[in-house]
Design a protein around this ligand. Structure first.
Ligand SMILES: Cc1cc2nc3c(=O)[nH]c(=O)nc-3n(C[C@H](O)[C@H](O)[C@H](O)COP(=O)(O)OP(=O)(O)OC[C@H]3O[C@@H](n4cnc5c(N)ncnc54)[C@H](O)[C@@H]3O)c2cc1C
Length: 218
C-alpha cells in the first residue's frame, strides 16, 4: 500500500495510474488536475484542506466569514471570555482628516462600552448578556478549517473589491500562506475576474479594468 501526500502528488487525486502514482511527473499531474477542474469536476479539490488561526479581527469580519457554511469554525464566544480590545483607530478611518474629526468620538464610545460592560459584570449581569453592549468592532479570534474548493469559493467573493477591506486583507493573507506552501494550489485561488469567470462589473480590479480607468459607467 502507498499513501501519498496529496500536496506532493496531486495527480493521485484524479487518476489511478497503472504504472503507480510515483511514476507520474509533477508537471503531468498538475496539467491533469487543471484539465479536470476545467471540465467543472471541482470535487477533487475537496481532498485538500486548510486550517487557519485568525487573530485580532472584528466581530463584523467573523460575522461575514461564518456565512461560508462549508467551513468549520471555533470562535471565542464572549459568554465566558471577557472582551479584549477594539478595532484600532488607525484602521477605522480612511484618512487622517476623518480620524482628526471623529477619532475622539469613537474613542469615547469604546471607553463607554468597555466601562459599562465591566460595571454590568461586576454587578452580577451574566457575561453572556453584558456582551450586548459591546461594539461590532470588538476584536476576536477564530479558527477556520475548509477544503480547497470552498477556499476557492471564498476567494472569488472576498478578494473582490466589493468585499469589505478587512475581510479582503484577511483573505489575501490566506492566499499568501497557501501559495507559500504550494504554489500550484495557490494559483487556483483568485477573484472571479482573475479566474476568468463572467463578471460584468466595471471596476479597477477586473477584466473591465480599462473601462473603469477611463471612467466609463457602461
Ligand atoms: C460583497 C458581498 C456582499 C454581501 N452582502 C450581503 C448582504 O447584504 N446581506 C446578506 O445577508 N448577505 C450578504 N453577503 C453574504 C452572501 O449572501 C453569502 O451568504 C456569503 O457570501 C456566503 O456565500 P455562499 O452562500 O455562496 O457560500 P457558502 O456557504 O460558502 O457555500 C458555498 C457554496 O455551496 C453551495 N451551498 C452551500 N449551502 C447550500 C445550501 N444550503 N443549499 C444549496 N447550495 C448550498 C452553494 O453553491 C454555495 O455558493 C454578501 C457577500 C459578499 C461577498
Amino acid at each position: 500500500m502507498h499513501v501519498w501526500d496529496q500536496l506532493e502528488k496531486p495527480g493521485h487525486l484524479v487518476r489511478l495510474n497503472p504504472k503507480g502514482v510515483g511514476s507520474i511527473l509533477l508537471k503531468e499531474q498538475e496539467d491533469m488536475i487543471q484539465k479536470v477542474v476545467g471540465y467543472g469536476h471541482e470535487s477533487i479539490m475537496e481532498h485538500v484542506s486548510f486550517t487557519f488561526m485568525i487573530e485580532q479581527v472584528s466581530r463584523a469580519l467573523t460575522h461575514q466569514l461564518v456565512r461560508h457554511r462549508l467551513c468549520t469554525f471555533s470562535q471565542q464566544s464572549l459568554r465566558a471570555v471577557k472582551p479584549g480590545n477594539f478595532i484600532d483607530l488607525s484602521e477605522f478611518f480612511v484618512d487622517d482628516a476623518a480620524q482628526d474629526m471623529h477619532g475622539e468620538n469613537v474613542r469615547e464610545l469604546y471607553e463607554l462600552a468597555s466601562d459599562t460592560y465591566e460595571t454590568l459584570v461586576n454587578n452580577g449581569v451574566p457575561k453572556e448578556r453584558a456582551r450586548w453592549v459591546l461594539p461590532i468592532g470588538t476584536l476576536t479570534n477564530i479558527m477556520m478549517t475548509c477544503n480547497l474548493r470552498e477556499l476557492r469559493h471564498i476567494c472569488r467573493h472576498r478578494l473582490c473589491l466589493r468585499a469589505q477591506d478587512e475581510i479582503r486583507e484577511m483573505t489575501k493573507h490566506m492566499v499568501t500562506l497557501v501559495r507559500g506552501s504550494n504554489d500550484f494550489i495557490g494559483r487556483a485561488l483568485g477573484t472571479k475576474c482573475e479566474l476568468m469567470e463572467e463578471c460584468t462589473d466595471v471596476c479597477p480590479q477586473g477584466r473591465n479594468k480599462k473601462k473603469a480607468d477611463k471612467g466609463s459607467a457602461d
